[in-house]
Write a protein that binds this ligand. Structure first.
Ligand code: ADP
Ligand code: ASP
Ligand code: MG
Length: 412
């Protein structure tokens, strides 16, 4: 019997009516003789609300307890969806991440899945039930609850699809698929019919939150076909797979926008070997990922080191850096929240000249200042003022003609 995994994001299960709508869609699929395992996110903004509660107790709440707290959001929606399914006559069983067999690596808030022992989920499916699994969580070897990082329910779903050898992993969300740029930011964005794992991985890693980067990675590793689609209608969305049948002839496949950035500046750093190593290893030791980095030109034996971290890591980064700044004899530690990263992505860039110039020209044309630039063979990122992000995305989208494109995923 065919087997599929469906994942419903927070907006798709944000109230009881929506939970019943999801239940009906799941039950319809089940009624077609397909085995369905469902992964759910927490209802609406629950995860943000839980984080806010923790923040009212402590400036830096303990990670172990934060993971435990956050995991409750997905437990609620899994239990409620299972109840709704049974209410409409579709037999179902709900599982927490650990009950479903998700073994994680012990990093409380940013854990990786080591194994998905989906025996109980399989049993439920084979006995005719719909299995409803709480996304975003697992248990480590000690039995402690770990969460998978923001957006991590996608990863639960793709990993479950791999473990079940499912035909497809359907990601139901509040947009119609993967677009050339966030369609909530740029209404002219074009929906793609297909995208490769590599391109989506790049977009997701650069902050396009339509899919969790590790979900794409896991899909690529296990060859899971991922279908990103709307939970509000039946139309086909975007298929993520290996074959590169798309965007032939275009250099840029998409734009990623990331507001979740804080710029940190260590000012007046003595220009001695080993200082940058000390700063960045202290951050790495705390598990803080540093993104864009720039070092200013030396003046009077000093320079400034600027870099960005994720919003959620900012408190921890400043906590680590404050004593270090004094130790290394730097003058000042500054941070700025109202910045955003905008990136263009495309494998075609390697063979094209003038792409970076085009991006800078588009930004200049809109009068937008660039604070930091970072490039690789297949992407270019610029840090800009957060309140100019939408204009920047529109300008770059227009400049590269992404609205038209030449892929099979023509605008609709
Ligand atoms: P869910 O709760 O379903 O997991 P998310 O909010 O995590 O939903 O992800 C869906 C959102 O991703 C969309 O509402 C959209 O604003 C955003 N997004 C960012 N970049 C893109 C893109 N390139 N294509 C589609 N959506 C994107
Ligand atoms: N609820 C979690 C979050 O908001 C996980 C998810 O939605 O995928 O990040
Ligand atoms: Mg998400």
């Amino acid at each position: 019997m065919a087997r599929i995994v469906q994942k419903y994001g927070g907006t798709s299960v944000s109230d009881i009516e929506k939970i019943f709508n999801v239940a009906k869609r799941v039950a319809n699929t089940r009624a077609r003789g397909i085995q369905v395992a469902v992964v759910v996110s927490a209802m609406g903004d629950t995860t943000d609300e839980l984080l806010e509660l923790a923040g009212r107790i402590a400036a830096r709440p303990p990670e172990r307890e934060t993971a435990l707290l956050l995991s409750t959001g997905e437990l609620v929606s899994a239990a409620l969806l299972s109840m709704a399914l049974r209410e409409i006559g579709c037999d179902a069983a709900a599982f927490s991440g650990p009950q479903a067999g998700v073994l994680t690596d012990g990093r409380y808030l940013n854990a990786r899945i080591l194994e998905f022992n989906a025996g109980r989920v399989k049993e439920a499916l084979e006995s005719g039930k719909v299995a409803v699994v709480a996304g975003f969580q697992g248990a480590d070897a000690r039995g402690d609850i770990n969460t998978l990082g923001r957006g991590g329910s996608d990863t639960t779903a793709v990993a479950l699809a791999a473990a079940l050898d499912a035909e497809v992993c359907e990601i139901y969300t509040d947009v119609d698929g993967v677009f050339t740029v966030d369609p909530q930011l740029v209404p002219k964005a074009r929906k793609l019919q297909e995208i490769t794992y590599d391109e989506l991985l790049e977009l997701a890693s650069l902050g396009a939150k339509v899919l969790h980067p590790r979900a794409v990675e896991c899909g690529k590793e296990h060859g899971v076909v991922i279908h990103v689609r709307s939970s509000f209608h039946e139309e086909t969305g975007t298929i993520v797979k290996k074959a590169a049948s798309l965007e032939k002839g275009t250099v840029i496949s998409g734009i990623a926008c990331d507001k979740d950035q804080v710029k940190i500046a260590v000012i007046g750093v003595p220009d001695r070997p080993g200082i940058a190593a000390r700063i960045f290893s202290a951050l790495a030791k705390e598990g803080i990922n540093v993104d864009l980095i720039v070092q200013s030109i030396r003046r009077n034996g000093e320079n400034d080191i600027l870099f960005t971290v994720k919003e959620e890591d900012c408190g921890k980064a400043l906590f680590v850096l404050e004593p270090l700044v004094a130790e290394i004899g730097a003058k000042e530690l500054l941070h700025k929240h109202d910045v955003a990263k905008i990136s263009i992505v495309g494998a075609g860039m390697i063979h094209s000249s003038g792409v970076a110039a085009g991006m800078f020209e588009a930004l200049a044309g809109a009068g937008i200042n660039i604070e930091i630039i970072s490039t690789s063979e297949i992407k270019i990122s610029c840090l800009i003022a957060a309140d100019r992000l939408q204009e920047a995305a529109e300008a770059i989208h227009n400049y590269f003609g992404l609205e038209k494109g030449v892929s099979p995923g023509k605008s609709q």
